[in-house]
Design a protein around this ligand. Structure first.
Ligand code: DX5
Ligand code: ZN
Length: 226
């Protein structure tokens, strides 16, 4: 199991009028990754941002010491491949997509990896993990949705904990270094339970950007993770 926890603030809840500053501030506050929630008003009932925003923010995704901070693109779009290519060209370090959003899941994984970008699969609350049987050896990330995709600020769906534990078993059996990320409703008071279920990477939008002191929230999350 990856012994390093990662906190990935979702800019879905950031101030869209100041995204560059928000990215710099949340990284200075301790964020490990920047989570990009890409929505197309087709696969999900919301519309966010495209590859040009990723390209514009890429130079700001750096620590104060100048180290690159991974941009973790979560595609809630259908079809997948064209936007995956565009986000790869725009500087994404990881690109995850929903299997039910692609007509050819394995080909979409290959498309992402052909650009030298890490590939992940995202599972909605009622989506089974079955596709891992044929994809686990080709992916670098599993993202478990603990809310229904489309909006920030929703409540954590408890059954996600069972799916995290099942996904952890898949990873252990594969013997591969795959990150297990959870997205939706993550707060300072439940992140420990999500980690105990087997997650090592945590998306948090409203819990962080909804507060005045981003560092205080991230520090609390890290303290809870131990
Ligand atoms: C849902 C989004 C949200 C977001 C996190 O489609 O993916 O889960 O990242 O939002 P919060 O942390 O506010 O639940
Ligand atoms: Zn997301």
């Amino acid at each position: 199991m990856s012994n390093t926890y990662r906190i990935a603030p979702s800019i879905l809840s950031a101030d869209f009028a100041r995204l560059g500053d928000e990215v710099k501030n949340v990284i200075a506050s301790g964020a490990d990754w920047i989570h990009f929630d890409v929505m197309d008003n087709h696969y999900v009932p919301n519309l966010t941002f495209g590859p040009m925003v990723c390209q514009a923010l890429k130079p700001h995704a750096k620590t104060p010491a100048g180290l690159a901070v991974p941009i973790d693109v979560h595609l809630m779009v259908s079809p997948v491949d064209a936007l995956a290519f565009a986000f790869a060209d725009a500087g994404a370090d990881l690109i995850s997509f929903h299997p039910d959003a692609s007509a050819h899941v394995h080909r979409s994984i290959q498309a992402i990896k052909s650009k030298g970008v890490k590939a992940g699969l995202v599972f909605n609350p009622a989506e089974p993990l079955d596709v891992l049987e044929w994809a686990i050896d080709d992916i670098d990330l599993i993202l478990i949705m603990s809310v229904n995709p489309g909006f920030g600020g929703q409540s954590f769906i408890e059954s996600a904990l069972r799916k995290v534990a099942l996904a952890r078993q898949w990873i252990e059996r594969s013997g591969r270094d795959i990150r297990l990320e959870v997205d939706g409703g993550i707060k300072t008071d439940n992140i420990r339970r999500v980690a105990d279920a087997g997650a090592d990477t945590f998306v948090a939008g409203s819990a962080i950007f909804g507060q005045p002191d981003y560092k205080a929230v991230i520090d609390q999350m890290r303290a809870a993770l131990g």
